[in-house]
Design a protein around this ligand. Structure first.
Ligand SMILES: *Cc1c(COP(=O)(O)O)cnc(C)c1O
Length: 370
């Protein structure tokens, strides 16, 4: 076999394929472990979604609706925009892919922050685009640094707001100032995967941002059903953008990119206001509880506008990760993100939070951190 692999593809580091929990448990000889590593909703999915999916099963012999008519209408109504301003994806990750496919030619530049969500840069690499990476400043997007990095070749800017992994948000006033300075030819993408958890005071005015503002850059907002709605397994996300931008993305998508179960499940999730609200309330309570408690162990917790937060454990994070795993608690070491003393933890159920704290205390003592 003689593979002729393009240089840009050879240069890509594959997404670390984390083992299934069952395999990890077998390897470590444990059972009943809890996963606080992927910012998932520990209470989901809502029972309404499960019922709706059951009913849909008998239609699996038919192709899904390629226009996602009902789901698009429902999302548009909820947000207060037109259906023509919504593009659905197989997870919001697919919408990121559409943006890069539609707007990046070989050699075009894309600006991202580091650390931030890893998928932006990978997708740009696949397309032969050039990543220009701006370090976070004080755990936040450095908007000035991003602005200074814009060149004539810049086509896209990705800002996860809140940022993953730090959980910080962009101040809306700073964002406005930044957007006023970005050239009209650059699309600014605000990835709002965690927007549901954000305090109202920090939310941006969706409609105002995506509708054409005379002389200013296009803005695309990304949302997902993977976090607060508890449906990462179904893969549904969407972008909100000017209809002209949406029309470009529709050109590069496959006709049936959102499967039947995903359409029906997401629609039912939108309808279950009580589940959604309960998730937000429980998450806020859990975050408050956890961040208070870990301070007592000599760790430093960082404020977050999401369902996860960073903890400075003041010792090697990879070692702590493995020790936690032996106790059946899966967290994320931040060493690969450039924070060798930090872990990222997702808020779990009350019971999971208590187990996490006990394991953390035990590990900190065992390893002699602090
Ligand atoms: C979890 C997450 C997403 C969600 O991606 P999906 O493809 O919708 O599951 C997007 N962006 C960020 C920053 C995330 O953390």
């Amino acid at each position: 076999m003689k593979l002729n692999i393009p240089d840009n593809i050879a240069a890509i580091t594959p997404y670390p394929p984390g083992k299934p929990i069952d395999e990890l448990e077998r390897e470590y000889g444990i059972t009943g472990s809890i996963k606080l590593a992927s910012n998932e909703n520990p209470w989901g999915p809502s029972s309404r979604v499960v019922t709706a999916l059951h009913e849909e099963l008998m239609s699996l012999n038919r192709y899904p609706d390629g226009s996602c008519y009902y789901l698009t209408e429902a999302i548009a109504e909820k947000i207060g925009v037109d259906p023509a301003e919504i593009v659905l994806g197989n997870g919001s990750n697919e919408v990121i892919e559409f943006l890069v496919k539609a707007f990046i030619r070989e050699g075009d530049e894309v600006i991202t922050s580091h650390p931030s969500f890893l998928m932006y840069q990978k997708i740009v690499q696949v397309r032969g685009g050039v990543n220009r990476v701006v370090p976070l400043s004080d755990m936040k997007h450095d908007l000035e640094g991003v602005h200074d990095t814009i060149s004539e070749k810049t086509r896209l800017v990705f800002l996860d707001n809140p940022n993953n992994p730090t959980g910080t948000v962009i101040n809306p006033v700073d964002l406005h100032g930044f957007l006023c300075k970005v050239p009209e030819s650059v699309i600014v993408v605000l990835d709002e995967a965690y927007v549901d958890y954000v305090d109202k005071a920090f939310r941006v005015d969706t409609k105002n941002l995506v509708r054409h503002r005379r002389g200013s850059c296009p803005v695309v907002l990304l949302r997902t059903f993977s976090k607060a709605y508890g449906l990462p397994g179904l893969r549904v996300g969407f972008g909100i953008m000017a209809a002209e931008v949406a029309a470009c993305l529709h050109r590069v998508r496959q006709p049936f990119n959102i499967n039947r179960m995903a359409q029906v499940g997401a629609l039912a999730a939108l309808d279950d206001e009580a589940f959604y609200q309960q998730t937000l309330d429980n998450t806020r309570k859990g975050l408050h509880f956890l961040s208070g408690e870990v301070g007592g162990f000599g760790c430093i917790s960082y404020p977050s506008q999401t369902n996860f937060f960073l903890i400075d454990i003041r010792g090697d994070a990879d070692t702590l990760y493995r020790e936690m795993l032996c106790r059946g608690v899966i967290v994320r070491s931040m060493s690969s993100y450039g924070f060798p003393h930090f872990i990222r933890v997702t808020v779990g159920t009350e019971e999971e939070n208590i187990r996490f704290l006990a394991a953390l205390k035990d590990c900190m003592d065992t390893l002699g951190y602090v």
